[in-house]
Ligand binder design. Structure first.
Ligand SMILES: NC(=O)c1ccc[n+]([C@@H]2O[C@H](COP(=O)([O-])OP(=O)(O)OC[C@H]3O[C@@H](n4cnc5c(N)ncnc54)[C@H](O)[C@@H]3O)[C@@H](O)[C@H]2O)c1
Length: 253
């Protein structure tokens, strides 16, 4: 079990969904967490639930460089340093290329792509000074196996994948590991809006959609010293969805 005792983690988009599951699990495993999100009320509620000693809610729009500086300052003031950064915040858009408004596409780039860049840009010098750290970037199976109607979203995740890999060589010598998680479908507001889960998930090898906690356990491993020689790892957490097409003869046997 990944032990996070004594660690401080800044988790973006932690007010709900996978980020919330990560914040809850990291605290269970001994970490202090900074819940960074634009959903202030939800973030404050979660922090109160986890307790003042363990959690701090900060307002952070990941696409704004000055808010990143403020979030780091608040984290340092509360907990002294940050050893773990989980770049989890993200937004989704589903629509045909001909139906995708350019401003929506630009917003996806700002949050999913530039938001992570700013996170690494802000935190890496601090982590290096603090003796190293672990960055976990929540990418997506869309980065390498994009579905139709996701050209805008998937392209931001492909950019994030390339950016994360480029960061591995750059930050490794500073003692900072950079690893990636590729969730498949996860039952959050993004993956199952209003709790609706498409029946297509039955066709995945594991026959169901994933749960946020199933991403969080992998994030905890990558954040912890258990993964001390992992940098540049890409962990698929998709129930087998992207391994390949299932054998068309299986159903006839
Ligand atoms: N749910 C899925 O099926 C799925 C699949 C693959 C990858 N992902 C990725 O997993 C990550 C988490 O998504 P989720 O499923 O928990 O979705 P979610 O919509 O439940 O949570 C996303 C969180 O990010 C926050 N956020 C949005 N814009 C922000 C901004 N500008 N600054 C700070 N926070 C912001 C939201 O307020 C929310 O709390 C995302 O990066 C997403 O792209 C999700």
């Amino acid at each position: 079990m990944a032990d996070l005792t004594g660690k401080v983690a800044l988790i973006t988009g932690a007010a709900r969904g996978q980020g919330e599951a990560e914040a809850r699990l990291f605290v269970e495993r001994g970490a202090k967490v900074v819940i960074a999100d634009v959903l202030d009320e939800d973030a404050q509620k979660l922090a109160a639930d986890l307790g003042d000693e363990q959690a701090l809610a900060v307002h952070l729009d990941v696409s704004d460089p000055s808010q990143w500086a403020d979030a780091l300052a608040a984290a340092k003031q509360a907990f002294g340093q940050v050893n773990i950064l989980v770049n989890n915040a993200g937004i989704y858009f589903q629509g045909a290329i001909t139906e995708t408004p350019l401003d929506r596409y630009r917003k996806l780039i700002d949050v999913n792509q530039i938001g992570v860049f700013l996170g690494m840009q802000t935190l890496a010098p601090h982590m290096a000074e603090a003796g190293g750290g672990s960055i976990v970037n929540i990418v997506s199976v869309s980065s390498f196996a994009p579905l139709d109607l996701t050209s805008a979203y998937a392209s931001t995740k492909s950019a994030l994948l390339a950016m994360s890999k480029a960061a591995v060589g750059e930050l490794g010598p500073l003692g900072i590991r950079v690893n990636m998680i590729h969730p498949g479908g996860v039952a959050t507001e993004m993956g199952a809006p209003s709790g609706v889960v498409p029946t297509e998930y039955d066709k995945a090898p594991l026959g169901r959609i994933g749960q946020a906690r199933e991403i969080a356990t992998v994030a905890a491993f990558l954040a912890s010293e258990e993964s001390s020689y992992c940098s540049g790892a890409e962990i698929l957490v998709d129930g087998g969805w992207t391994v390949g097409t299932r054998n068309p003869w299986t159903a006839t046997r």
